[in-house]
Design a protein around this ligand. Sequence first.
Ligand SMILES: *Cc1c(COP(=O)(O)O)cnc(C)c1O
Length: 375
Amino acid sequence: MINFNVPPCADRAMDYISECVKNQKICGDGPFTKKCSQWIEEKTGTAKCLLTTSCTHATELAALLAGIAPGDEVIMPAYTFVSTADAFVLRGAVPVFVDIRPDTMNIDETLIEAAITEKTRAIVPVHYAGVACEMDTIMDIAKRHHLTVIEDAAQGVMSTYKGKALGTIGDFGCYSFHETKNYSMGEGGALLIREEKYVEDAEIIREKGTNRSKFFRGQIDKYTWVNFGSSYLPSDMNAAYLYAQLEIADEINEARLALWNRYYEKLQPLKEAGKIELPIVPEGCVHNAHMFYLKAKDIEERTALISYLKEHGVYSVFHYIPLHTAPAGRKFGRFHGEDRYTTSESERLARLPMYYGLTPEQVDYICDQVKNFYL
Ligand SMILES: *Cc1c(COP(=O)(O)O)cnc(C)c1O
């Protein structure tokens, strides 16, 4: 069987984890956590990167920093992972779902403004498959309506929009290092902060409401409880596992892009024959090959394709069930406007195996099976 995903692992992971164990440095904010956040800061140009226990927690931290309060409204797509909404629902806010664009599966930026009310506080663009949302338009809307922009860039590490790293354009950006993402620490994430003024509060909330980060830097001689907070620091062992991959991030990125391009080329004849649709990457967007998907005619055809591939040794999967159709989505949120594409496009989409270590021969085999299905 060809797996759908295999977690990324770099050769030096075990050496680095052993180093943590030997040096007895296993808690949060140790040497590898520092190396990872420094790497992200240099690579992306963000003012500050804080490693977190997940992208979900990075988003919760962003919601706290943005001062999201009960009754506030937060605009986002319904075609996303539950965490995008959960982080705000936990603060008592209402997710307001807006339809997606069929070309990128990202929020349709032209529909955002009509969904804004007096209660709107934030916009949460989700960069699906590591392909950027139309950030210029979104930032312009946010500026005119004084809204905070929190990028769900869980899938967007190493992707750019008009030369800017995803996660650095909005006020806050959230990365995921879950085992299904391009770079992983098992469970983990990062919060990217664009403006210095939020950094101190962010460090305090991440450290249980204490000023312990300042204490560790020697800026104060004892630390104390100064604000509300939680525990969003990952163990340095997890950071060690991640750092081994960040060191070879370009190699991982290029390997993934080569697989992605190979899929695209091999499946192009089926696209030209009108049998399937392939992903679209708009101009100005450089993606990271987080995902390779195709779109079948409808849900019946997709279901048949997924089972055909499984019978032929390939695990392919569908993706998000739109949040507004889920029990919690109906309870906590609302859809603004017409669901023209969210449900219909999500029902057609099938993801093919994509991970660091997948071979070109396996991609060829998978494409042959897709072609056989459509013959
Ligand atoms: C993976 C993912 C998340 C959640 O990431 P965790 O690190 O598992 O919390 C959130 N949003 C999107 C779009 C994702 O793909």
